[in-house]
Design a protein. Structure first.
Length: 225
């Protein structure tokens, strides 16, 4: 007699109290399964690319991530790390000092501990539950731009506005000399594009907290009309 062929069994989760079948939740795999994930924070805080970080500062952040500094305190000795980053101890010290000032890097322990962790509000590796616990425990400060970042944003805004004003003058001259020509149309299109770029640059500087000079404030006011 041929054996009865059985189909694959289907298993369900059942609430023993009510007999209700509970929908099984699908497992969400992490990146590099089993090793957690790396979070790059974003939102209302100033993004890293607006901070005018130097190459060494980016390298220190990356080194910290590679050493597990997203979720754990890491010993960072400038003399030991400098050769790995093709830098010098003094350059590493300066980079660490600025990252601390920006709150991207947090000092763990006393001033001479030499132990740091990346700000969990900006960088994190591990489970979401542990992330919440770390933020509650460390009460990490928000990332804020320093004088270097603000100065760079101001210079970029001033340059953008100057370029926009020059393009506008060139478009007016082209319109007077050859109204309706392709040159006049191209000049006007260039003026519009540079004006939009200038507005964005000035607004970005303002959002970072730059104290705008009169020229830039007037530019925004006229642009809003």
């Amino acid at each position: 007699m041929a054996a009865t062929q059985r189909g694959a069994r289907r298993l369900e989760l059942v609430d023993l109290g009510t007999g209700e079948v509970v929908q099984r939740k699908q497992r969400v795999p992490h990146a590099f399964d089993g090793k957690g994930y790396t979070l790059e924070g974003h939102g209302v805080e100033v993004p890293n690319y607006r901070l005018n970080l130097s190459g060494t500062e980016w390298d220190v952040l990356d080194w910290m991530k590679q050493q597990g500094g997203c979720a754990n305190p890491i010993k960072l000795g400038p003399a030991e790390v400098a050769p790995l980053l093709c830098s010098t101890p003094n350059t590493i010290k300066a980079a660490v000092a600025r990252l601390l000032k920006l709150n991207l890097l947090l000092r763990i322990g006393g001033p001479r501990s030499g132990t740091y962790q990346l700000n969990p509000r900006r960088f994190w590796e591990g489970s979401g539950e542990d992330h919440v616990k770390a933020c509650r425990r460390m009460d990490p400060p928000a990332v804020v731009p320093d004088a270097k970042a603000l100065g760079t944003a101001l210079k970029a805004a001033q340059k953008a506005v100057s370029t926009a004003l020059e393009a506008s003058e060139a478009a007016d001259e082209a319109a007077e000399l050859a109204a309706g020509s392709k040159l006049a149309e191209k000049s006007r299109a260039t003026a519009r594009a540079t004006r939009e770029s200038a507005i964005l640059a000035v607004e970005t500087a303002a959002k970072l907290g730059v104290k705008l000079p009169v020229q830039l404030r007037r530019f925004l006011e006229e642009a809003a009309k």
